[in-house]
Ligand binder design. Structure first.
Ligand code: ATP
Length: 299
């Protein structure tokens, strides 16, 4: 009996890891319906993360070979640094996230983590090493405790609580009559956008991945909540490699580096101040967004 249940347990935990990564990515990229297109190489080793440096070297990719989306791009994310990818809608930002998770294989070039090509390691170890904080955290119809614990199987209650405190959702949770046992989701208590995102942050903190992929905070949050969430995300990024996929610019100004992607090509990169001083595409995008925000505030 033991001989049978051990492998089943093992498979179960692998399955849960993959499922979790798929749920996270599904939230972020609408991937739930997508068939797995890539397979582990026979005997592939696990990814070994030392610092968490991510590199795209001459990466080209198209969902359809006849329509290339990324054209030989180089992006260097040194271990422990934060790199923001910005650019117009459809420029290929989210596609980079999908390639990092190896939901697709690059058609040319390579994507490496600490020097290991993502095609050469197990997907399970790859997914375990990367935490995703999507714009819109999907909650399971279960308790808050379960929804946070989903970040790591077997987490103790004090670990769950510590993650909730770090994500600044603990005080809210204990103010509810049933505390951590409160049912949430479709059939339970409806959480606000900011509260849901904090549950997502707590879940990711519990997973404790060396690499974070952030989809920037949703515009559905009010400015104060968004600023607050940004603070939590920034705190979570300390000591980790962070790739922020930014659909707006307001949140990327203090990234270590900003990469501007246009039509699948890197057209500018540097720090916020340098890019503003250059007076190129980024500066123009920044000026346009500032004007839009001013007119929204005036309205
Ligand atoms: P946004 O800021 O609007 O989210 P983005 O820069 O993240 O945009 P991507 O989602 O990477 O853009 O999309 C880049 C291009 O790839 C788009 O033209 C899109 O239509 C196409 N694309 C995205 N996902 C798929 C898919 N699953 N199959 C085919 N084409 C896709």
């Amino acid at each position: 009996m033991i001989q049978i249940t051990m492998p089943l347990n093992f498979l179960g935990s692998v399955y849960r890891e993959i499922r979790q990564a798929l749920v996270d990515m599904g939230e972020m990229f609408d991937l739930l319906e997508q068939p797995a297109e890539v397979k582990d190489k026979p005997g592939a080793p696990d990814l070994k993360v030392s610092g968490g440096a991510v590199r795209l070297e001459g990466v080209s990719f198209g969902y359809d070979p006849a329509r290339p989306i990324l054209h030989g791009i180089d992006v260097d994310v040194p271990a422990g640094q934060t790199v923001a990818i910005v650019g117009p809608s459809g420029s290929g930002k989210s596609t980079i996230g999908r390639l990092l998770f190896r939901f697709y294989d690059v058609s040319d070039g390579a994507l490496t983590i600490d020097g290991q090509d993502v095609r050469d390691v197990t997907q399970e170890s790859l997914h375990r090493s990367i935490g995703v904080v999507p714009q819109d955290t999907v909650l399971f119809n279960d308790t808050i405790r379960y929804n946070i614990a989903y970040g790591r199987e077997g987490a103790s209650f004090s670990e769950i609580e510590a993650a909730a405190k770090a994500a600044r959702i603990h005080d809210f949770v204990v103010s509810l009559p049933e505390g951590y046992d409160t049912q949430v989701g479709e059939r339970g208590l409806k959480l606000s956008g900011g509260e849901k995102q904090r549950v997502g942050i707590a879940r990711t903190l519990l997973k404790n991945p060396p690499i974070l992929l952030l989809d920037e905070a949703t515009s559905a949050l009010d400015t104060e909540t968004e600023r607050d969430i940004q603070e939590s995300l920034k705190a979570m990024g300390k000591g980790r490699t962070v790739i922020t996929i930014a659909h707006r610019l307001s949140t990327v100004a203090d990234a270590d580096r900003i990469v501007v992607l246009e039509d699948g090509v890197v057209t500018e990169e540097g720090r916020h101040d340098d890019l503003l001083a250059r007076g190129g595409k980024y500066a123009a995008m920044w000026a346009r967004q500032a004007a839009e925000e001013d007119s929204e505030e005036a309205a």
